[in-house]
Design a protein around this ligand. Structure first.
Ligand SMILES: Cc1cc2nc3c(=O)[nH]c(=O)nc-3n(C[C@H](O)[C@H](O)[C@H](O)COP(=O)(O)OP(=O)(O)OC[C@H]3O[C@@H](n4cnc5c(N)ncnc54)[C@H](O)[C@@H]3O)c2cc1C
Length: 393
């Protein structure tokens, strides 16, 4: 099902990554998680497969995947090991932002390096004072000779320890007193002066994905570092870019759900209770049926969001729905997978214990699910959306 909507070339690519996941990743995940060592060798193989260039157009050395193919890749990676999907998720969002909104110079400067993985991109939106209300961020640039100085604290930065390029949301100098705040997305290279990494967060899951706080203290920037090179477009650019981020994280959540259901189905065939394999008990059969249905509905809504995004249509409502629905369903599937495992579901020898912990993050990242519900509810007022939903006036 995940190969539907893909071109022939894209199918070949996704199948190659699927083989990599089956042969090189899945057999080693438990050991890698237990050892707790960053998987440099696998990341090198991901680079060789072009996975850091999924969202980079071909002329800049990337795979130039369509949105449906990007979602298929995210699902396949995550089905094998969520951690690998996390390595390329926000990185791909950064690449997509530059490809879609960057100047010619910014594309030439960053896209080839992002495609090869030489440049690692991270998203710097959230601040210690809050992540849901991004219009209230404090991080700001002030004008200085030759450009700007950026001062901001950015927290929960995924892959922030490895990143070489931070796509950073910041306030712009006020055009006139009393006017609405304006924002810019800045391409901030780690090598710039004034950047330091402070806290490393110890999380419930994704132990091998670094999540850090980045301090930016009067970092010197120029107009050439402002995405698109025109002031005041940052928030609109971000909202458009987050649509891709939400579709991609939703696909990653579905990959997790597919893994959890596979594990539950296998365990239910092996484990015996009351003289028979537990999958012969109707209560287990009903659970597996519900999990399979959750998986398919989540995949379908992502497919719809990817189709609309690919066609260039307005996509904020459906991408928020896809993110919210897929992550809620993935959490439910992971929970049911633990239940099917009985006591074994609560010990670390079984994959579902980890998946259950990890599933929570998908309901938080790229906007909490309640924030995504607010996006949906706001858009439901529009004529186009009323029509799409088949509502009566
Ligand atoms: C592991 C991890 C990785 C992350 N990676 C990144 C990253 O790479 N880059 C990045 O920028 N951020 C990242 N984040 C941050 C993430 O996007 C934020 O945590 C998330 O957007 C919520 O922001 P917050 O934590 O400040 O919660 P808050 O904004 O403080 O919200 C707290 C609670 O209040 C609710 N709430 C807030 N406002 C409303 C409202 N108006 N109506 C109803 N409910 C509301 C929220 O839904 C939530 O339940 C990451 C977070 C984690 C945990």
């Amino acid at each position: 099902m995940i190969l539907q909507d893909l071109t022939g070339d894209e199918r070949v690519l996704v199948e190659a990554v699927s083989r990599f996941v089956e042969e090189r990743v899945r057999p080693n995940v438990s050991d890698l998680e237990r050892q707790g060592v960053y998987p440099d060798a696998l990341v090198a193989e991901m680079k060789a497969l072009g996975l850091f260039g999924m969202a980079v157009p071909e002329p800049f050395g990337g795979l130039g995947l369509s949105v449906p193919a990007l979602t298929a890749m995210m699902e396949v990676l995550s089905r094998g090991w969520t951690t690998l999907a996390a390595y390329v998720n926000s990185h791909s969002t950064v690449a997509y932002a530059i490809a879609s909104h960057g100047t010619d110079d910014q594309k030439a400067r960053y896209l080839p390096g992002l495609a090869s993985g030489e440049h690692r991109g991270s998203l710097c939106l959230t601040e210690p004072s809050g992540g849901s209300d991004l219009q209230a961020i404090r991080g700001a640039v002030v004008a200085q000779a030759g450009g700007y100085a950026l001062t901001a604290s950015k927290t929960y930065v995924t892959n922030g320890a490895k990143a070489t390029l931070f796509l950073t949301l910041a306030r712009l100098p006020q055009a006139e007193p009393g006017t609405r705040p304006r924002f810019g997305l800045f391409l901030v290279e780690r090598s710039r002066s004034g950047i330091s990494q402070t806290t490393t967060f110890h999380k419930t899951g994704f132990g091998l994905v670094d999540t850090v706080q980045i301090e930016m203290d009067a970092v010197p920037l120029t107009m050439a570092d402002l995405l698109g090179g025109v002031e005041g477009k940052g928030f609109a650019q971000l909202m458009e870019v987050l649509e891709i981020g939400r579709i991609a994280i939703a696909a990653s959540a579905v990959g997790l759900a597919a893994n959890a259901l596979s594990e539950a189905k296998r365990y239910a065939a092996e484990r015996r209770a009351f003289g028979v394999p537990i999958n012969q008990h109707q209560a287990i059969q009903l659970k597996l049926a519900n999990m399979a249905t959750r998986l398919v509905t989540a995949r379908l809504i992502i497919r719809e969001a990817a189709r609309i995004k690919q066609s260039g249509g307005r996509c904020d409502m459906i991408s928020a729905m896809a993110k919210m629905h897929a992550s809620d369903e993935a959490l439910a599937v992971a929970h049911e997978a633990v239940v099917v495992h009985g006591g074994a579901g609560y010990v670390q020898d079984y994959t579902v214990e980890r998946l259950h912990r990890e599933a929570l993050l998908y309901t938080i990242g790229e906007g909490t699910n309640d924030i995504n519900r607010l996006v949906i509810s706001r858009r439901m007022q529009g004529d186009e959306e009323m029509d799409y939903l088949g509502l009566l006036p």
